[in-house]
Design a protein around this ligand. Structure first.
Ligand SMILES: *[C@@H]1O[C@H](CO)[C@@H](O)[C@H](O)[C@H]1NC(C)=O
Ligand SMILES: *[C@@H]1O[C@H](CO)[C@@H](O)[C@H](O)[C@H]1NC(C)=O
Ligand SMILES: *[C@@H]1O[C@H](CO)[C@@H](O)[C@H](O)[C@H]1NC(C)=O
Ligand SMILES: *[C@@H]1O[C@H](CO)[C@@H](O)[C@H](O)[C@H]1NC(C)=O
Ligand SMILES: *[C@@H]1O[C@H](CO)[C@@H](O)[C@H](O)[C@H]1NC(C)=O
Ligand SMILES: *[C@@H]1O[C@H](CO)[C@@H](O)[C@H](O)[C@H]1NC(C)=O
Ligand SMILES: *[C@@H]1O[C@H](CO)[C@@H](O)[C@H](O)[C@H]1NC(C)=O
Length: 518
């Protein structure tokens, strides 16, 4: 600890030679402000905060800028200080010098090698946790990573809490520069493959530093990551948990929100990506179309509030639609896929503004040594997600999503024509992913395949803008085709062999369309 009275003139030399750490007795940065980190760049203003002695003055200096504030009593009585930086261009590295003046007792700390760039939060369960050493081509991908020194990664430790925490209790992997060690440690132990690859693909296009923070925990339902406020929107606030995958996986409401998300709310961020939903195929499945959008909305609102308006109240949020598969097919995967879009089939939509989605149902990996529910091809998942991110978050002119039909009509002789929007140039192969429901059936589109109400409708022809199906099955029974659904099954196709893609290889998401007359 350093207690000295010094003039301001001697301060800088002193800082250079003596203060080297982020902590000095009572005076420190919050846990996740560390050497080698990334802070959010313009147009946003990054926040820096930490601890000190209540009543003391804290000055944070960065080159010519000095931010002066006073330490106040925080939530638990501990002294906290917080400064809001001016907007910074992308770049760095920079070093922050901080001094606390407690009635003439001065202490110094430094925060070194900080870049300004975009911060992305990457949350979810095991498919987000799934680490770089486990992916297809792991050796090659990890070797390439060390070239990306402008991307920095951090993994909070797995912690649960019954009440909201204001700082991370512990950190699994502190802010790190990508390397063999920091990225490819070992299976299931940092760093998240989807998070890393997403960040890398974004970096390749945007070329600004990227900070990736991945709070994740395998097997966890969305309720654990949601605040009381979000859960109460869907009537889930008082529902207690009845299931556990195993004793190590938290399932209680809000426990990971409290310990792994809430502490980060005072940090300005660009946006979030998310890979979760498998656990909810067993748990409150039918509420997911409410609980997932409610969580997104609440994260955005909370980060906006926690950073005093400096994170976007509608920050971009991307997610991976469930891949496959489960050890048995109970019909739940297509239902959760649908609910992931708030039952629209596509995003953004009125309930999920500024969101983007990577379809993954066509990437089965039944021989994955980590179980078929954990496909090893995370490159395609992250690539697809990055197209969404580039379009939604960075306004690049790229299709964020595969084709969705704009209309569907039937003719009296049993033909069904689905027409797709102009800008989507279709690549169609005549696999059997379409099903039709006739007017004399119930047409509940969430019923699992096979189901007598949902009959296979083969593709008879296609162009770059339309797909024609045969719905003769309905006509033969004296009726007509009423509704068409696409790819409604656990594993609808072999690897990248579903029926409909666009010209950049994005698969059509599962969807449902009610037909009109020609
Ligand atoms: C650290 O905190 C203790 C207790 O609040 C206080 O007595 C002490 O003066 C503080 N030290 C400095 C350097 O501010
Ligand atoms: C902190 O900043 C204020 C305002 O710029 C200045 O008056 C004061 O001398 C600074 N204190 C220290 C210890 O640098
Ligand atoms: C790193 O970048 C350099 C320069 O572009 C390139 O020659 C090298 O092959 C890259 N290394 C890897 C492992 O990709
Ligand atoms: C972080 O944000 C929350 C919510 O606005 C606030 O209650 C808390 O005091 C902030 N932390 C600090 C250190 O200012
Ligand atoms: C789904 O996973 C199970 C268990 O891992 C496996 O036996 C089955 O073949 C997989 N099915 C498909 C279609 O990949
Ligand atoms: C793995 O590497 C091979 C050879 O470069 C490449 O053809 C293949 O697409 C890669 N797989 C993935 C998932 O990136
Ligand atoms: C279905 O359509 C056929 C042909 O238009 C009609 O005769 C029949 O009544 C319809 N069935 C139902 C249940 O609406």
């Amino acid at each position: 600890m350093i207690f000295l009275k010094l003039s301001f003139v001697s301060l800088l030399c002193f800082v250079q030679s003596h203060a080297s750490s982020q902590t000095n007795g009572n005076f420190s940065f919050a846990s996740y402000f560390q050497e080698d980190m990334v802070l959010q760049m313009k147009p946003h203003r990054a926040q820096l905060w930490g601890y000190g002695t209540v009543g003391a003055v804290v000055n944070i200096s960065l080159n010519q800028d000095v931010y002066s504030t006073r330490v106040k009593a925080g939530q638990d009585g501990r002294g906290v200080w917080l400064v809001v930086l001016r907007p910074h261009d992308a770049g760095g590295p920079v070093t922050f010098q901080a001094v606390q003046d407690n009635h003439g007792l001065l202490s110094w700390i430094l925060l070194k090698n900080v870049l300004f760039g975009d911060i992305w939060i990457c949350g979810g369960q095991s498919n987000m946790r799934f680490t770089m050493s486990m992916v297809t081509n792991a050796t090659k991908e990890i070797a390439a990573a060390s070239n990306y020194t402008d991307i920095r990664v951090m993994t909070p430790a797995k912690v649960e809490s019954d009440s909201p925490l204001y700082d991370l209790k512990s950190i699994e992997e502190g802010w790190s520069i990508p390397s063999q060690d920091s990225l490819g440690a070992k299976a299931w132990s940092y760093f998240s493959a989807v998070c890393w690859l997403y960040g890398r693909y974004i970096y390749d296009e945007i070329k600004v530093p990227i900070g990736l923070i991945s709070p994740n925990w395998g097997g966890t339902p969305v309720e654990t990551w949601s605040s009381h406020r979000a859960l109460s929107k869907c009537g889930l606030q008082d529902r207690s948990t009845s299931f556990r995958f195993n004793n190590k996986v938290p399932t209680s409401n809000s426990v990971l929100w409290n310990a792994m998300i809430h502490p980060l709310l005072n940090m300005t961020v660009k946006g979030a990506i998310w890979y979760q939903g498998e656990a909810n195929t067993y748990y409150h499945k039918d509420v997911y179309s409410c609980s997932f959008p409610a969580m997104i909305e609440d994260w955005r609102k909370s980060w906006h509030q926690g950073t005093m308006g400096h994170s976007d109240p509608q920050f971009p949020f991307g997610f991976v639609q469930l891949a496959n598969n489960k050890s048995f097919d109970d019909g739940s995967f297509p239902v959760i896929r649908w609910h992931q879009t708030a039952d629209y089939g596509y995003v953004p939509n009125p309930k999920m503004p500024n969101t983007f989605m990577a379809v993954a149902m066509d990437l089965p990996d039944r021989d994955s040594p980590y179980g078929a529910v954990h496909p090893r091809d995370k490159q395609d998942v992250a690539r697809r997600l990055s197209y969404g991110g580039l379009n939604i978050a960075y306004k690049r002119p790229i299709d964020p999503q595969g084709p969705i039909p704009s209309s569907g009509v039937r003719s009296a002789d049993g033909r069904v024509v689905l027409t797709y929007p102009n800008h989507q140039h279709l690549i169609v192969s005549e696999q059997g992913n379409f099903q039709v429901c006739c007017n004399f059936s119930k047409c509940d589109h969430q019923k699992a395949s096979p189901d007598p109400d949902w009959l296979w409708a083969p593709i008879t022809s296609h162009t770059h803008r339309s797909v024609t199906l045969s719905a003769k099955v309905c006509v033969e029974k004296g009726g007509y085709a009423s509704v068409v659904r696409y790819a409604w099954s656990l594993t609808p196709c072999k690897f990248k062999q579903c029926s409909v893609y666009n010209h950049i290889g994005l698969p059509a998401p599962p969807y449902v369309i009610t037909l009109g007359d020609i």
